[in-house]
Structure formats: structure tokens, C-alpha cells
Design a protein. Structure first.
Ligand code: CP
Length: 335
């Protein structure tokens, strides 16, 4: 078991070994059990951190804010539009100042071409851990909670699990690619047979697939990329149908102002990529349906699926709390 985390940044799970990710899951499970029993866990008492958001959030903000309070600290919420960032203050100056006031800085910045660079610039100057609350490339807290959920639902047996990450139609907003990117990189490291299915034109970047394949090669998983949606559902143990925006042909949302709603003819042509009961019936009889949420109900998924017996979306969302607490504890109070 690897246990040296103190002071490290949490921007991409690829920066942590498989053993270190397993430690995060062990600590998450311990914190979850203590929370269930009402046992206090004031591991970060008197510490303060900052939660900076360039975009909206329900789960991420509140799992961090509630989680940090449960660890005994205080997390200050910062809307970037009301910070001096809105007047052009740099990532460097913001990181240096906030790191003098507290013990960690967490940030969500999803805009394509900006978010990950911004986080890494802050990490370069901050004296305290920088945590990625989702950027244009990665959503490590989500992928970790997904892994915890799968481990729970399959009694810890992740090896050879057939997991399908499937593009789905949505109209609500142009969703970042960071969730499927983090999932397709992480799951093969745990020996899973990962299928990534999407219509032509919604590819993830080549470097992501190459890295995912290298992870599969190293850890005994597999990665299959297809535009055959039916094949992705067939016999799957886990299905994760979720929209992501077309970063290849559509660079809107790449200005600092924020992501925008994009519903054009190219998108509408793939309306049929919805998770339905009929598609779920082709999967393994014990298949679980996962979604990071928020879901675009009746576009990405039928109500009868997300509210049905295969759905674990609320357990998955709950695990955002326990995994967030584990990461904060390890990075801010560990060895
Ligand atoms: N899954 C997720 O990150 O949810 P929020 O956008 O509500 O934080």
C-alpha cells in the first residue's frame, strides 16, 4: 500500500499509481463507514481551503464543501466571476495569494483549451495542493467515485468487467469530454474490458486512446473503440451512456466566458443514441447503469432506466462525498 500523498496536486489520476488510487479507495471506504456510524473525522481541523468555480456545479461543489466541513475545516466558495479574475488577474497571482491564506485550492474550469492549462499554471505557483474539480481534459474526482461505486457493486472484482462508455444525445449544454477521458484512462488500469462507443465525429483525442491502450496493455485490461452502439450494450456489466460535446468540429465554449448550449443538425442526427430499456435488455442481466449527473432526462436516458432497478446513479453521486474527503485527507494531512 502506498501512502505518501501530503502536498501533492490532484489534477489527473494518471499522476498517481494504481496502488495509490487503491489507497484513495480504501480511505474513502473507511470514511464512508465512519460517516454512516456518526463517528467524527476531524482530520483537517482548523484548515481552510478555497473552491473556485468558473462553471456551475451541484455535486462537486457540495461534496467538497460538506466533506471539508465534516473533516473539521472551512471551505470558502469562490465564483470566478466575482473575483478579480474577471478583471484579468492571472492564475499565478491568484494561486500565490490564496495559497498564503489557506491549505489547499480547488478549481473547476472546463473551457476547452483553457481549463487544464489554468490548473497547471496555478500548480506551478501554489505552495499548497491544487485539486481539479473538472477541467477541459480531466474529472479525477468523478472517475474515482465511479471506480469506488463499481468496486462496491461487484464485490471488489473489477478484473475483466465489461464496461461500456457510450456517447449519448443531449440538448442541455455542451458537456466537456473530461468524464469519458478520465474513465477510459482509469478503468483499464484495473483490468476492465472497456468499450468506448460514439458516433463518427465524436472521437476523443488520439493521445487519450493511445494512453488508454498503454494502460490496458500494462494492467491486463482492454480498450475497444467503436461506432456500434448496440455492440457496446451487448453483455455489458456496466453501461455509462453520457453526452460529451464535439470538441473536434465545434470550438465554441473555448472563450473564457463559459460553455454554451449547442444543438445543431450534426448533433440532432444522433438523437437515437439514448439509453432505453430495450438497449439495457441486451446487456448482462445484472448490468448497472451509471451517469455522473446531471443527466439530460429523455434525451440521454429514459426515465424508466435512470429511475429503474439497474440504475446506481445516486450511490455514485454519494460516493463523490466519500472520495472527496479521502483525497483531501491524504493530500492535506497525510504523510
Ligand atoms: N458530476 C458532476 O461533476 O456534477 P456537478 O457538475 O453537479 O458538479
Amino acid at each position: 500500500m502506498q501512502t505518501v500523498f501530503r502536498g501533492r496536486h490532484f489534477i489527473d489520476l494518471e499522476d498517481f499509481t494504481r496502488e495509490e488510487v487503491e489507497t484513495m479507495l480504501d480511505v474513502s471506504a473507511d470514511l464512508k463507514l465512519k460517516f454512516a456510524q456518526g463517528i467524527p473525522t476531524p482530520y483537517l481541523r482548523d484548515q481552510s481551503m478555497f473552491l473556485m468555480f468558473f462553471e456551475q456545479s451541484t455535486r462537486t461543489r457540495n461534496s467538497m464543501e460538506a466533506g471539508f466541513a465534516q473533516l473539521g475545516g472551512h471551505a470558502g466558495f469562490l465564483d470566478s466571476s466575482s473575483m478579480q479574475i474577471a478583471h484579468g488577474e492571472s492564475a499565478k497571482d491568484t494561486a500565490i495569494i490564496l495559497s498564503r491564506y489557506g491549505h489547499a485550492i480547488a478549481c473547476r474550469y472546463c473551457n476547452w483549451g483553457y481549463g487544464n492549462k489554468y490548473l497547471n499554471e496555478m500548480a506551478k505557483w501554489s505552495r499548497v495542493p491544487i485539486m481539479n474539480l473538472q477541467c477541459d481534459l480531466y474529472h479525477p474526482f468523478q472517475a474515482l467515485a465511479d471506480l469506488m461505486t463499481m468496486k462496491e457493486k461487484f464485490d471488489g472484482n473489477l478484473n475483466r468487467l465489461k464496461v461500456s462508455i457510450i456517447w449519448a444525445y443531449a440538448e442541455s449544454h455542451k458537456k466537456p469530454i473530461s468524464v469519458p477521458v478520465s474513465q477510459v484512462l482509469l478503468f483499464p488500469r484495473f483490468g476492465m474490458e472497456v468499450t468506448l462507443a460514439h458516433p463518427k465525429g465524436w472521437e476523443l483525442p488520439d493521445w487519450v486512446i493511445e494512453k488508454a491502450e498503454a494502460n490496458a496493455e500494462r494492467y491486463g485490461g482492454t480498450v475497444t473503440v467503436t461506432d456500434d452502439e448496440a455492440a457496446a450494450y451487448r453483455d455489458a456489466h456496466v453501461v455509462i451512456p453520457k453526452n460529451w460535446g464535439n470538441w473536434v468540429t465545434d470550438q465554441t465554449g473555448s472563450a473564457p466566458a463559459g460553455a454554451v448550449k449547442v444543438v445543431d443538425d450534426a448533433l440532432k442526427a444522433h438523437r437515437s443514441w439514448k439509453c432505453t430499456e430495450e438497449k439495457i435488455a441486451a446487456a448482462d442481466k445484472n448490468v448497472i447503469y451509471m451517469h455522473a449527473l446531471p443527466a439530460d432526462r429523455n434525451n440521454e436516458v429514459e426515465d424508466s432506466v435512470i429511475d429503474g432497478p439497474h440504475s446506481v446513479v445516486y450511490d455514485e453521486a454519494e460516493n463523490r462525498l466519500h472520495t472527496a474527503k479521502a483525497v483531501m485527507t491524504l493530500l492535506m494531512n497525510g504523510r
